[in-house]
Design a binder for this molecule. Structure first.
Ligand code: 3H9
Length: 702
């Protein structure tokens, strides 16, 4: 028998133990081990009940995600789970940690389920662009009501043991050792002569309302999960559960699953699953480098960013000292933090006593000396080099030796900021995204002199405050904002050429961006980007059309949502309303500046914006600003609203084909302003060689 699975028998109860670190994924060796175990147990007359349990931190966390690309080797999931369900004596799944995907499907094929009180059950396959393909769509609605089953799978969110017990999915919840609990439950079954209770023999719960329910879910999915195949396939599979006998339903599920696994959506989401884990690994950083302890944090600036960052630490239980220059600014900042927490209480995601605990962790101050005890101080003031330098010089005099000083700059040269201190090795960029308490991304900027243990501390801190930390080197805008620049430049130019803001944003949103870039500017404030560009005017192209729309809005005070109008007008609910005055103004300006009126269509808008972004991404790779193409994908999907199901800009580029993109860029060089359309040498090289960013990345990892 494969060693990932073992059997021990005691007092007529067989314990089948899965032991495959780190998360007991159901790889080929686990499936083979289970097949062998259940085949052997068939012949054991002395065994009266079987318990399936796992060693380590969790029950089976699902299929081995890495196996999908190479194809599933024998034995298949159905064969193994069929053997479990066929067992002549009762099978009890004893679950701790998380039973996810294929792991949850093992429990559904088992006859009874016992869970530790902290266990959770989930079918998160849609996050991987697939559906539960080991019987989950057919068995779950036979155990819990169809609507609950559909919601569990559509949300991909695991369900706690207590809820699973309430719905009848779990037969018993235990507080002590889960294996002992499972065995005790099995003993009781034997004592009362209870036999197998096969899920496949039960009727679908709530089948009578299935037609309306599935139709309603289809309508919901069309709105909330645009451009996605897998949620629709999931509903097809549920339909099959309701209308077909179990065996036929399983076949229908398999056919749907087989189609999804190799499709771009699933490949993109698998890519991100591994990219988000790879991003934590920093080449050349020795495992011996240990993080510095961070027990107290200081934040400079109580505005939107500083307040949001304070909340991140308070949420993680880390005390924060929040500094601003005036009492009024501090009061405003503290009131905003409280208001944000109150909103969470009203939503039910935070208890009132937690609100108070978190508020107590944030201490406002006007006095720099109060930052002396902090292990990490993060500056989060307005994006202005002179101001940041002034603050860093002050921090250098008060912050204790060995403390880390971070800057939340989104564009500025951190080497220059660090140089005003006597300890540039303790300085690092910590670029949060607004709203900082919500957005999962943290760009960690590795300045020239940042010490290795400072970098490791930044990565650890990101994890602690539940952010995805991505390391970038210093350049204007780092990874995210530098690539955003050419993307938005094209979007704005299209307005001068005769497209409307709705057309530009509509094209980008149709592609799948969470929000069109013009709507993003309105939300962030048109002044933010405009003033940042003003600071570096001497470095920008002497092109009068360059970001001209932003400048025109700024001049008129039309700064976006905060002033009620920007690229759009906004009603009191902040709903976008087209503004013909803005459209006219920008078209007239285009004419004045002799911009060719080409009225770009949806596809052209998408290609110009995205290919300009991808081309810049290729430059970031060449310059070593981003460590990996997949890191760029993590930045864009976690911080910039790029659709996950397209895998991020660099994966998307590979899926389109680099040759296609390269040729289109050459065409844009002929037909648009050539100064913006020079293919990045790396893109050119890979396109000519018929290669991809993924292959380039893999070749460097060898
Ligand atoms: C499925 O089951 C389909 C079925 O219906 C059958 C269809 C036919 N496979 O996240 P962590 C690795 S679809 C391979 O850092 P945590 C991970 O890469 C699957 N590897 O730990 C990492 O490796 P490394 C449905 C996996 O404690 C290491 O384990 N299941 C898998 O923060 C530690 O992972 C899911 O979608 C896997 N399934 O979180 C669950 N899972 O150290 C996916 C983990 O080399 N997994 N690894 O970078 C998770 O959500 C989290 O890993 C979990 C633990 C919550 C379990």
């Amino acid at each position: 028998m494969a060693e990932a699975v073992s059997i021990s028998i005691s007092d007529n109860i067989a314990l089948v133990t899965i032991d495959s670190p780190p998360v007991n994924a159901m790889a080929q060796n686990v499936r083979a081990g289970l097949k062998q175990a259940f085949t052997d147990l068939k012949t054991r007359q002395d065994v009266k009940a079987i318990v399936i349990g796992c060693k380590g931190r969790t029950f089976v966390a699902g299929a081995d995600i890495g196996e999908f690309d190479s194809g599933i080797a024998a034995p298949g999931y159905h064969e193994v789970l069929g053997l479990i369900e066929d067992s002549a004596c009762p099978v009890v799944a004893a679950v701790h940690g998380t039973a996810l995907g294929g792991g949850m499907e093992i429990t559904l094929a088992s006859h009874y389920r016992v869970a530790h009180e902290t266990a959770r059950f989930g079918l998160p396959e849609l996050t991987l662009g697939i559906i539960p393909g080991a019987g989950g769509t057919q068995r779950l609605p036979r155990l819990i009501p169809l609507e609950e089953a559909a919601d569990l799978m559509l949300s991909s969110k695991p369900m706690p043991a207590a809820k699973a017990r309430e719905l009848g999915l779990v037969d018993a919840v235990v507080t002590g050792d889960i294996i002992e609990g499972g065995i005790a439950f099995a003993r009781e079954l034997v004592a009362r002569g209870a036999g197998p209770r096969r899920t496949r023999d039960q009727a679908v719960r709530g089948a009578e309302h299935a037609a309306e329910l599935i139709a309603a879910k289809r309508a919901q999915v069309a709105k909330t999960m645009r451009n996605r195949q897998s949620p629709l396939a999931l509903l097809d599979a549920l339909q099959a559960a309701v209308t077909l006998p179990f065996a036929e339903g399983l076949k229908a599920e398999a056919a749907l699953s087989d189609k999804l696994v190799p499709a771009t959506e699933a490949r993109a989401l698998r890519h991100l699953f591994f990219a988000e884990r790879e991003v934590r690994k920093i080449p050349g950083l020795s495992a011996n480098v240990k993080p510095r302890p961070v027990t107290r944090v200081g934040i400079v600036g109580a505005g939107t960013m500083g307040g949001g960052i304070s909340m991140c630490f308070a949420n993680a239980g880390v005390p924060v000292t929040l500094l601003d220059a005036t009492q009024a600014a501090l009061d405003r900042g503290m009131a905003t933090i409280r208001k944000n927490y109150e909103r969470s209480v009203a939503r039910g995601s935070l208890k009132p006593e937690q609100l108070e605990q978190r508020m107590q962790l944030v201490t406002p101050t006007l006095d720099y000396a109060a930052l002396g005890a902090a292990d990490l101080v993060i500056e989060a003031v307005f994006e202005n080099m002179a101001l940041k330098k002034e603050i860093f010089a002050k921090l250098d005099t008060v912050v204790r030796t060995g403390a880390i000083i971070g800057t939340n700059t989104s564009t500025l040269d951190i080497d220059e900021i660090a140089a005003v201190t006597r300890r540039p090795e303790d300085v690092v960029g910590l670029h949060f995204f607004s709203p900082a308490n919500v957005m999962p991304l943290l760009e960690i900027v590795h300045a020239k002199r940042t010490a290795p243990d400072v970098l490791v501390t930044a990565l650890e801190t990101a994890k602690r405050i539940k952010k995805t930390g991505v390391v970038a080197k210093v350049c204007y805008g780092f990874i995210g904002n530098r690539m955003m620049d050419p993307y938005a430049r094209e979007a704005e130019h299209c307005l001068l050429e005769g497209a409307t803001p709705e057309q530009v944003d509509g094209a980008l949103e149709k592609f799948g961006m969470a929000m069109g870039i013009l709507a993003v500017f309105d939300m962030a404030g048109v002044d933010i980007g405009y003033l940042t560009r003003l600071e570096r005017k001497h470095l920008l192209p002497a092109d009068p059309t360059f970001y001209r729309p932003d400048a025109m809005l700024f001049d008129r005070g039309w700064l976006g949502q905060k002033s009620g109008r920007g690229y759009y007008r906004y009603d009191s609910a902040r709903k976008r309303i087209p503004d013909p005055e803005v459209v006219e103004m920008l078209w007239a300006e285009g004419k004045r500046l002799k911009v060719e009126r080409r009225q770009p269509g949806e596809q052209e808008i998408q290609e110009r914006c995205l290919y300009a972004m991808i081309n810049e991404g290729a430059r970031l790779l060449e310059e070593g600003i981003a460590l990996r193409a997949s890191d760029i994908d993590v930045v864009y999907t976690s911080g910039y609203g790029f659709p996950r199901y397209r895998g991020g800009p660099m994966f998307y580029a590979d899926s389109v084909g680099l040759k296609t993109i390269y040729e289109r860029i050459l065409e844009f060089r002929r037909t648009l302003d050539p100064q913006y359309w020079t293919p990045a040498p790396l893109l050119e090289k890979l396109a000519r060689a018929g290669s991809s960013f993924a292959a380039w990345q893999a070749s460097r990892a060898d």
